[in-house]
Design a protein around this ligand. Structure first.
Ligand code: MN3
Length: 218
């Protein structure tokens, strides 16, 4: 029995087509770290496009529309071959971004709190060590992709990175924190300076939410 994330699978609206999750803060709320124009384009154009293309791919498959997106991603071999790549890219893009908006907040505590704080310290020695390793994973991702903190098969925290819109879910892991390092996530403000984007991003991490997700997934 697979236990899904509470806050991702709510985006599936009772057997209807998938919908764009509500952004809980304004486009300018996490400035100056992420600028309003980037947020607006990222959410209303990029995320919308992943959603539209996911829905389009599933048009001929009403039985798949009633599943959680995570169920489609967890074993892509069960998805019909003709839409497998579309579901991998757009289903992945859909859930990755749904998570990304949630793990950011204008009211960041700046540092981990509660259980996720303890878990990070136990696994990585300190928050600073973790931050360094995670940032390196984000920096080293060649081309487009994501850096993740995920819970692995042994219920251990693990830093990982995926290419394109591949989800850790497809590798049997449960993401609790993700950083989008596609150029569309930072280029307007940071141009080619991915490292600066990554450093600044730590100021907006919603550790309250990451802690909830950690507890719900563990
Ligand atoms: Mn993106």
């Amino acid at each position: 029995m697979i236990v899904f994330h509470i806050d991702i699978h709510k985006y599936l609206l009772g057997g209807k087509m998938f919908a764009l999750p509500t952004l809980k803060y304004s486009f300018s709320a996490i400035e100056p770290y992420i600028d309003a124009q980037t947020m607006e384009i990222h959410y209303s154009k990029h995320h919308q496009a992943y959603l539209d293309n996911l829905n389009k791919a599933l048009e001929k498959y009403p039985d798949l529309q009633t599943k959680y997106v995570e169920e489609l991603l967890i074993d892509l071999n069960l998805v019909p071959e003709e839409i497998r790549t579309a579901v991998r890219n757009n289903g992945g893009g859909y859930v990755n971004h749904a998570l990304f908006w949630e793990v950011m907040s204008p009211e960041s505590t700046k540092e981990p709190i509660k259980d996720i704080k303890t878990a990070i310290e136990n696994t990585f020695g300190s928050f600073d060590n973790f931050k360094q390793q995670f940032s390196q994973a984000a920096l080293n991702r060649f081309g487009s992709g994501w850096a993740w903190l995920a819970i692995n098969e042994n219920k251990q925290l693990e830093i990982m990175s995926t290419a394109n819109q591949d989800s850790p879910i497809s590798e049997g892991k449960k993401p609790v924190l993700g950083l989008d390092v596609w150029e569309h996530a930072y280029y307007l403000k940071y141009h080619n300076r991915r490292q600066e984007y990554i450093e600044n991003w730590w100021n907006v991490v919603n550790w309250e939410y990451v802690d909830q997700l950690y507890n719900a997934s563990n």
